[in-house]
Design a protein around this ligand. Structure first.
Ligand code: GDP
Length: 445
């Protein structure tokens, strides 16, 4: 499959990296050399390989490495991120015009998969509720119009084509008329299939450029066969300069391509890959996601998961630090009061829950919950001075008596509250330190 060998070689490279200690510059250089060879052998353009490896090297040697990861994981993470980068970074979707019709022009070499893609896109758009019109502007190849007709029929899409037997038409006029036809017939998207040649040539480029000028497309998609290897770069550059494409469609990604075109074309043209074509069927069309493609190339699902886990463990350590800070601060009766009020909110849920069917057991538990007790607790705490609320140690007999009188309860009630609070405070401290609380009556959890 595409990227198969590249994946294997990169995986081998990573496997050879030590998992302990710090990477030496020699380790990094060795690794970068391996990556470089693997990419070149996969037909990635030299220019792209150079930039890529330079970045990986710089980052692997720099201070910006992720300290949560071991050296091997750090390199994998860097390579992964840089791969996402050369594949275009963020996912880019097809852009539809605010005022229809959206005009999408397709360009590319003959046999690149343009016509097939036209059908795939039309079918996709139909599914999404659009009313695409296919325009047959490839009047070069005798059978091209016919082929688009077949594709349109399979996609269930409308087509605009010059009458057969009218001799060789003018593709620029056909394109312009096609857009006009779409406007009249209320098609909201126009897909123009243009002529391709076996190689880049000036006449073809001029024609494509003229069609672009005549139809002012919202998107000019350059369809490129992922199998074409090193030629990809020159072809892509030529189309970028000649027609100014807005996005790229990688076709035949289902084949045995070594993947070089896929890896080069976005960074060489500076244009995003929007779709991946993955078969001859009209449903074989995927939105292109740089990050998913990178993961697929690295073939490192497991390793990436490990990295995520390491990262999470690291985050947990950070959380632990915050928790320790919290543990030194005091949990006061004010906090306790706040928690009580949270509980009270639950009390008012009682009525609501009671109305729901099947809540029998839950309702019983809620019935046991005494709202008045919370009110009593609240009253007791409110009868304390601010100093008493932050430090229960000073609550001697006379203070307790004063509080009991102030809140209309007995001293026993006050004692019970203070005891409960002190237990809760202890528990909060344990939890904050990362331990498991020993809740009375429940045993150690
Ligand atoms: P065009 O000349 O650019 O219009 O290219 P076509 O659409 O006619 O495609 C050329 C050949 O490639 C046809 O045989 C298609 O069936 C085949 N093809 C197109 N897209 C794909 C694809 O994504 N995967 C595979 N395996 N074949 C494809």
């Amino acid at each position: 499959a595409t990227f198969g060998t590249l994946s294997e070689r990169l995986t081998d490279t990573f496997r050879n990296l030590r998992t302990k200690g710090k990477l030496s510059p020699a380790d990094v250089d060795g690794t970068v050399r391996e990556i470089r060879r693997a990419l070149l052998d996969a037909d990635v353009a030299l220019q792209v390989v150079k930039e890529f490896t330079a970045k990986v090297r710089e980052r692997a040697l720099g201070d910006d490495v992720n300290k949560a990861l071991n050296p091997a994981q750090q390199v994998v993470q860097i390579v992964n991120e840089e791969l996402v980068g050369i594949l275009g970074g963020e996912q880019r979707r097809l852009e539809l015009a605010k005022t229809p019709p959206t005009v999408i022009m397709l360009a590319g070499l003959q046999g690149s998969g343009k016509t097939t893609f036209a059908g795939k896109l039309a079918k996709r758009l139909e599914k999404d509720g659009h009313t695409p019109l296919l325009v047959a502007a490839d009047l070069q190849r005798p059978n091209a119009v016919n082929q688009l007709q077949v594709v349109a029929e399979r996609a269930g899409a409308a087509i605009y084509a010059p009458e057969p037997g009218n001799g060789v038409g003018d593709p620029v006029k056909v394109s312009r008329d096609g857009v006009e036809h779409a406007r009249r017939q209320q098609h909201d998207v126009v897909i123009i299939d243009t002529a391709g040649r076996l190689g880049v040539d000036e006449e073809l480029m001029k024609q494509a450029s003229d069609i672009r000028g005549a139809t002012r497309p919202d998107e000019v998609l350059f369809v490129i066969d992922a199998m074409i290897g090193q030629d990809a770069v020159n072809t892509a550059k030529a189309f970028q300069e000649g027609v100014d494409v807005t996005g790229i469609v990688l076709s035949k990604l289902d084949g045995d391509a070594r993947g070089g075109a896929a890896l080069s074309v976005a960074s060489v043209t500076g244009r995003p890959i929007i779709f991946a074509s993955t078969g001859e069927g009209l449903d074989d069309l995927e939105d292109f996601h740089p990050d998913r493609m990178a993961s697929r190339i690295l073939d490192l699902g497991d390793v990436l998961t490990l990295i995520e886990q390491a990262q999470e463990a690291f985050d947990e350590e950070e959380a632990q630090k915050v928790a320790e800070k919290l543990a030194t601060e005091q949990f006061t009766l004010e906090d306790f009061l706040e928690q009580m009020q949270q509980l009270k909110k639950m009390g008012s849920m009682k009525k609501m829950l009671g109305m729901l069917p099947g809540m029998g057991q839950m309702k019983q538990q809620l019935d046991d919950f005494d709202e008045r007790e919370i009110d009593r607790t609240e009253a007791i705490i409110r009868s304390m001075t601010p100093v008493e609320r932050t430090n229960t140690k000073i609550l001697n007999g006379s203070r307790r008596l004063r509080i009991a009188r102030g809140s209309g309860v007995t001293v026993t009630d006050v004692n019970q509250l203070v005891n409960r609070f002190e237990q809760a405070a202890k528990m909060m401290k344990t939890v904050a330190r990362g331990g498991t609380p020993n809740i009375p009556g429940m045993g150690a959890m």
